[in-house]
Design a protein around this ligand. Sequence first.
Ligand code: ADP
Length: 159
Amino acid sequence: MEKTAVFPGSFDPFTVGHESIVRRALSMFDKIYISIGYNSEKKGFFPLDVRLKWIRKVFSDEPKIFVESFSGLTVDYCRKIGALYILRGLRTSSDFEFERAIAQLNKSMYPEVESVFLLTIPEHTPINSTIVREVIRHGGDASKFVPAAIDLSSYIKKR
Ligand code: ADP
């Protein structure tokens, strides 16, 4: 049976930390859906269509990767696309506590689903989407925190 994983997140924006987790997971799964969970009442910093376009560009040469958005519960989305694995990255012990609660809740709602965690590489531990947004808000250059295929230039404020 095909092994399908979902890597859910806001990816606002997708960072080198996210990219590394996905690339390392490629040997473990037949298909990985990178799926942006959205809430119509909560707008992101970057528009949803831009976030989707950027991630598709990063993995344009990778046939095992699918990029989509979804609303509602991650487990309902997993059921819909036939995914039995939820991929997540872990940076710190606080990530662990947060992820543990979500994974245990997901398992109670969908017993067949398994959460799979990969530890970040040490260089990526301090990188997160919030920091990238803050750097951009203050007119800084955040390009080294996102994959090379993502062009943030139109979002960098002229100082
Ligand atoms: P969410 O809003 O669900 O936390 P994110 O887009 O912030 O979504 O993150 C999605 C996943 O990527 C989470 O599992 C998160 O722990 C992981 N992640 C975020 N940043 C990094 C990083 N620098 N290295 C490894 N994993 C990361």
